[in-house]
Design a binder for this molecule. Structure first.
Ligand code: NAD
Length: 246
């Protein structure tokens, strides 16, 4: 049987590393992509079937080289998970343009660039794209102008991809996680925000990396063969409540 493969960006830690492990458990080979070379080397150590590639997803040349390396090493690409992301907490009046551009460069340009580079390979396998947005892309708050806008754009880009690529058998879906205790979230979540999330989320807790990764790998699998253009919130019920973001 053909061994399937996936490219996972932001794979050195957090949700990307959990997704890598779940793909490996399903028998995939995985190209682990991250710009943090030291963290990537540490994460890849001892994992069988991975190809770690240091790459900044906002750099078009690096993305082209990374995709060629993964396709060359594996001979095929069945799934692309656009997970690399940076957090930002700031209202419009306190966000300078350089920071706005930085957030867009990784969270939005990175999804565009990695998808564009992978599409010729995904056409050959009738593969799948999963983009990682956030509940911050579904709800406005007073604090997340750059992050929330970048994630809302990722949700739209996913629908765009589904509309354009369906004729090649490529599916594109999006996962909008609620809060997960990763380095990204814990850098910006104060004790007050953590308590407010616990109150606002019907399941009264943060999610785990594995709970997000299992939705991602499901969407890449045959079990989701008729699902495309969707955004699935994996958020303990937060999106269902209508309560404002903490
Ligand atoms: P994390 O910080 O633990 O991991 C993110 C990884 O992406 C890091 O290894 C980092 O080095 C890498 N990365 C960042 N910018 C990059 C770039 N330009 N090129 C290549 N690699 C880059 O974060 P996480 O919480 O696992 O986040 C993963 C995704 O989930 C992000 O898109 C994030 O916005 C989204 N998300 C997270 C939460 C949460 O609460 N943790 C909630 C909603 C959405």
């Amino acid at each position: 049987m053909t061994q399937k493969t996936a490219i996972v960006t932001g794979a050195a830690r957090g949700i990307g590393l959990a997704t890598t492990r779940q793909f490996l458990a399903r028998g995939h080979r995985v190209a682990m992509i991250d710009r943090d070379a030291a963290a990537l080397a540490e994460a890849a150590e001892g994992l069988d079937g991975v190809l770690p590639v240091v790459c900044d997803v906002s750099d078009p040349d690096a993305v082209a080289a990374m995709t060629a390396e993964a396709a060359g090493a594996f001979g095929r690409i069945d799934a692309l998970v656009n997970n690399a992301g940076v957090a930002d907490f700031g209202p419009i009046e306190a966000t300078d343009f350089a920071r706005w551009r930085e957030v867009m460069a990784t969270n939005l340009d990175g999804v565009f660039l990695c998808s564009q580079a992978a599409i010729p390979h995904l056409r050959e396998t009738r593969g799948a794209i999963v983009n990682i947005a956030s509940i911050s892309g579904l709800r406005a708050s007073t604090l997340r102008v750059a992050y929330g806008t970048s994630k809302a754009a990722v949700i739209h880009l996913t629908m765009q991809q589904a509309a354009e690529l369906g004729e090649y058998g490529i599916r594109a879906n999006c996962v909008a996680p609620g809060p997960v205790r990763t380095k990204l979230a814990m850098a910006v979540h104060s004790p007050q925000i953590i308590a407010a999330y616990h109150d606002a989320i019907p399941l009264n807790r943060y999610g785990s990396e594995d709970e997000i990764a299992s939705v991602i790998t499901f969407l890449c699998s045959e079990a989701a063969s008729y699902v495309t253009g969707q955004t699935i919130a994996s958020d303990g019920g937060f999106q269902a409540t209508g309560v404002g973001l903490p």
